[in-house]
Design a protein around this ligand. Structure first.
Ligand SMILES: NC(=O)c1ccc[n+]([C@@H]2O[C@H](COP(=O)([O-])OP(=O)(O)OC[C@H]3O[C@@H](n4cnc5c(N)ncnc54)[C@H](OP(=O)(O)O)[C@@H]3O)[C@@H](O)[C@H]2O)c1
Length: 226
């Protein structure tokens, strides 16, 4: 966090780094208050933090499930709720949520994570429609498996080739572009995924079949050491 602040300062940007536990509603409130006290305005909110806590659902301890829900869904919704009134008063603002392609098509051994990412996507859609004509934009970014660094790369396994991948730079570029030219959703992946998502929506049984036949189900099982 310190490195990021220093890099931003070299561009003449004012920065404030606040370590907070986003699973804690009181800390989320403290974060919003500090930001508003310090800057007195809020142009963009990017909710990027998340936890994965993958594994067989039935064996996942409840505190891990609860933490995933709090960090991945409750925190973005709560922070938006705290900061949106200020954006509305300003008459402009942009809320960006980093979801995942798992939020478009759930995979095994990551069901809670995928569920939180799906919730983020559809909540964003509803909010976007609600905020039409207010000057506030809401965008959701759906990255595929991210290689190089991050929660997937830490497993040290290459992504299933049929599914594809993306890089951290591609994800951050997508966030910047979504803000510069507001767009509802961006899927960041080396292979086209929209047709697969559309087919799975129309034919859920086919969606399950694709996940199994593409090797993703087996890959997910191996990823958690199953
Ligand atoms: N990596 C992928 O393949 C992939 C694919 C699709 C979508 N995504 C999404 O991309 C985003 C970034 O993922 P990543 O790969 O960079 O993950 P990561 O390396 O695990 O980083 C997650 C970030 O979330 C923060 N965080 C976790 N729990 C927190 C909490 N309770 N309070 C405050 N901060 C917390 C972490 O802070 P600390 O470092 O301080 O713990 C860290 O900065 C996430 O939304 C993820 O779901 C990632």
């Amino acid at each position: 966090m310190r490195d990021t602040c220093e890099a931003l300062r070299s561009y003449g940007v004012r920065t404030l780094a606040l370590p907070v536990d986003l699973a804690d509603a009181t800390e989320r409130q403290r974060l919003a208050e500090r930001v508003l006290n310090e800057f007195d305005r809020i142009d963009v909110l990017v909710s990027n933090a998340a936890v994965e806590n993958e594994g067989a659902f039935v064996q996942t301890p409840w505190p891990a499930v609860d933490q995933t829900i709090e960090v991945n869904v409750a925190a973005p919704i709560h922070l938006t709720h705290l900061l949106l009134p200020h954006m509305l008063r300003q008459g402009y603002g942009h809320v960006v949520h980093v979801s995942s392609i798992g939020g478009k098509l759930g995979v095994p051994y990551d069901a809670v994570y995928c569920g939180t990412k799906a919730a983020l996507g559809e909540w964003s859609r509803g909010l976007r429609l609600e905020l039409a004509q207010t000057g506030i934009h809401v965008s959701t970014i759906f990255p595929g498996y991210v290689v190089g660094v991050g929660m997937f790369a830490r497993f040290g396994m290459p992504p299933p080739w049929l599914v594809g991948f993306c890089t951290p730079a591609q994800v951050s570029t997508a966030v910047v572009r979504a803000i510069e030219a507001p767009c509802p959703e961006v899927i960041v992946n080396s292979r086209p995924m929209r047709p697969v998502f559309a087919l799975a929506q129309l034919f859920p049984r086919l969606g399950d079949w694709i996940i199994r036949r593409s090797g993703v189900a087996e890959f997910q099982r191996k990823k958690v050491g199953g």
